[in-house]
Design a protein around this ligand. Sequence first.
Ligand code: NI
Length: 171
Amino acid sequence: MELKIYPDPVLAQKCADVEMGDVSVLSILEEMSKKLYEWEGAGLAAKPLGVLKKLVVIDIRAEPATLYKMINPKIVWASEEMMDSKEGCLSLPGLRDTVIRHEKVRVEYFDVNFEKQIIEGEEFLACCLQHEIDHLSGKLYIDHLSRLKRSRFLSKFKKSQRGEEVEEDGE
Ligand code: NI
């Protein structure tokens, strides 16, 4: 598994549903969990690793420690209340920006035993869930920015990818 960096076209593709009982995804989830801790992320979708399957792992480092391994996660409810979320993405390294997210979401997914689970997340967990589930439909967090902010972000990102120093907005 190799990390895909923007503008790799894979990042904009849609992921396929995992078939129930397809145990080949279990080793992928295992590998993703290792990468999550290695890269010190809070969440990771299979997509940035070039795997076009609906798989997400999340551990927001809360107490008690919980690692969610999710198959076919989808948001089934989102609060009307919104919040600012400062985000970064392994596929857009070196920069962060603030997007608007739902403050609470309810997510349905299947666990590693292919049993249906439902979780409700708020604040940081909710933002993480939205960020990772967005990846599955080919969306990046910068797609939630206004057109102007998005293009400003991308020109800075291109510069930073060339090794030039850039400043984050509002820092
Ligand atoms: Ni990401």
